[in-house]
Design a protein around this ligand. Structure first.
Ligand code: ZN
Length: 304
């Protein structure tokens, strides 16, 4: 990698840990520091100590747990908004860090970060239109079109769609907002609540997986029909620990689409796949968010 490539500070802000990465890309990582996510004041001060110590970078990218405000014209831009995580609702992250370091700053969700990284360097390498879904403590989807996140009023929230249910399944679900939305039916806490034991103790043949695979198949159905991704990458603790889910989710998606989208790609094993970047997807995505913010600033200077 040449010295013309910008040096970017990337921060993946997760619910339990934070990864700070100083890098130009996956093959040129200068430093990587992991911190616990504690009270926001304490946590952001710790992040600033790490970034202060790096002594300069060309751009900053932040990929955060959400929901977050990504509208640069909004008063709460750069904030974490309605999270149930104690003390974090209403926390300013991107304005605070962007002001402190006075460099172009990109700010988006952790799943969009992971989607951008998987699309550039990982399991969907070279594809401009992809979806990255994480199924873990919660469910989130980063949707990319033309190499950029699909945004509107705010970022998408596919984790809270209401999937069709299996006949006879009227379990109420665990989402505090919607009960039996996708996250309320198929994220880790839902699986644990329905099975009555922790997720890692549930065998592949346990009947609890049937409604989970069905609900995740509904997610893929919805993604195929709306975001029209060329590939769906599925990660997070539930998927990574349970390979048996992949063929079941693919089958549920194909059955649900019922031949309506007659493209052979969708029925192939390579359409719904596991991630390739592991724990570095989020922080590398933050590097891309920083690169994109820098490119946007350069374009706006050129236009003057
Ligand atoms: Zn919900």
């Amino acid at each position: 990698m040449d010295s013309e490539t910008p040096l970017v500070a990337g921060i993946e802000l997760g619910g339990t840990k934070i990864v700070c990465l100083l890098a130009r890309g996956p093959d040129d990582i200068v430093d990587r520091v992991q911190l616990p996510t504690l009270h926001p004041d304490e946590t952001l001060a710790a992040v600033e100590r790490v970034l202060d110590g790096w002594g300069g970078f060309d751009a900053l990218g932040i990929a955060s747990f959400g929901p977050i405000s990504i509208d640069r014209t909004a008063a709460d831009y750069g904030h974490i908004t309605s999270t149930p995580k104690p003390h974090w609702a209403g926390t300013d992250v991107a304005r605070r860090l962007g002001t402190r370091y006075a460099v172009p700053t990109g700010f988006h969700t952790d799943v969009v970060g992971a989607a951008l990284a998987e699309a550039r360097w990982g399991a969907a390498k070279g594809l401009g239109e992809i979806a990255y879904a994480t199924v873990g403590t919660g469910i989130g989807v980063g949707l990319i079109a033309g190499g950029r996140p699909v945004d509107g009023l705010t970022h998408s929230e596919f984790g809270h769609i209401r999937p069709a249910r299996l006949p006879g399944d009227d379990w109420v679900g665990v989402c505090p907002f919607h009960g039996s939305c996708l996250e309320g039916l198929a994220a880790g806490p839902a699986i644990g609540a329905r099975a009555g034991v922790k997720g890692e103790e549930i065998g592949a043949d346990d009947p609890v997986w049937e409604p989970v695979a069905h609900a995740l198949g509904q997610l893929c159905h919805t993604l195929v029909l709306t975001g029209v991704p060329r590939r769906i990458v599925m990660g997070g603790g539930v998927m990574v620990g349970n390979d048996h889910l992949f063929p079941r989710v693919r089958a549920a998606m194909v059955k649900s689409l019922a031949g309506y989208i007659a493209l052979p790609e969708i029925a192939e094993d390579g359409f719904v796949v596991a991630p390739a970047l592991g724990g570095n997807a989020g922080p590398l995505g933050a590097i891309i968010l920083g690169q994109q913010a820098l490119a946007e600033q350069r374009m706006s200077f050129t236009a003057l």
